[in-house]
Design a binder for this molecule. Structure first.
Ligand SMILES: Nc1ncnc2c1ncn2[C@@H]1O[C@H](COP(=O)(O)OP(=O)(O)OP(=O)(O)O)[C@@H](O)[C@H]1O
Length: 233
């Protein structure tokens, strides 16, 4: 797919498929096009060239039907409502009741504050609630734009477990952008590295590392992408 913003090509022939029951992690330097890619995959941006489909249908209509959700962009929070009230709102909008809700709240350590108004939440708590709201939509395709930024280490572990559960047990397609490399290492079934609007590398983590002779994702990225001298890293 190709996408222009303000007359500049931001996505230049990106092609990818994200399978069900798997976590696809999108990595890349600041400005590489990750958010633009997620917004295009969600049908919020109309691509200028190419097609984006979810279950054979145009992604914008898949999003309207609740098959696909982009978070956190779509998940506006209301300061006067509690965490639980936000979840009930999502359940009403999407017409579903998610079995994994209690477990998610526990894994993210939000239990104590779910009954409180969101105006009293810290940034990390708001992030976690937005993640829970995305999952509570029951969407089959989850597009999560840096859902884990600003989370403490215990929450990060819980969130990564949660996303693995959602992919493996519930069979959903999870597509995540993150700058947290250790998290990507433990989370990803498949990695896509974006650089200047192009896919610089993709594949299962082990294969990427093996082919580059790297012992960690950080080493791999520094060597292959971030060390490329584009001045954006
Ligand atoms: N609304 C916009 N109008 C014009 N250019 C934009 C717009 N949004 C983003 N861009 C440009 O598109 C490029 C990709 O931005 P994008 O936000 O997709 O990157 P990113 O990989 O998500 O970055 P980060 O890691 O910093 O979040 C950047 O060069 C950015 O300046």
């Amino acid at each position: 797919m190709w996408k222009k913003l303000d007359g500049i090509w931001v996505l230049k022939g990106v092609s990818l498929s994200a399978p069900e029951s798997a976590v696809t992690v999108i990595l890349g330097p600041n400005g590489a096009g990750k958010t633009t890619l997620l917004r295009s995959l969600a049908g919020i941006y109309r691509v200028d060239k190419g097609r984006v489909l979810a279950y054979g249908m145009d992604v914008a209509s898949a999003r309207r039907r609740g098959i696909l959700i982009l978070s956190p962009d779509e998940a506006g929070l209301y300061p006067r409502l509690t965490g639980w009230e936000h979840v009930r709102l999502v359940e009403r909008i999407y017409g579903c009741s998610w079995d994994g809700l209690e477990e998610a709240v526990e894994l993210l350590g939000l239990g104590r504050v779910m009954g409180e108004r969101v105006s009293r939440y810290s940034r990390g708590m708001r992030r976690k609630l937005q993640l829970i709201m995305a999952l509570a939509s029951c969407a089959r395709v989850l597009l999560l734009d840096e859902p884990l930024s600003g989370l403490d280490i215990v929450s990060l572990r819980g969130a990564s477990r949660l996303l693995r559960i959602v992919a493996e047990r519930e069979g959903r397609a999870v597509i995540v952008t993150t700058h947290e490399l250790w998290l990507a290492e433990r989370l990803a079934d498949y990695i896509v590295v974006l650089e200047s609007g192009r896919v610089a590398a993709e594949g299962p983590l082990e294969r990427l590392l093996r082919e580059a002779g790297a012992s960690s994702l950080e080493e791999y990225l520094v060597r292959t992408v971030y060390g490329g001298g584009n001045g954006e890293a």
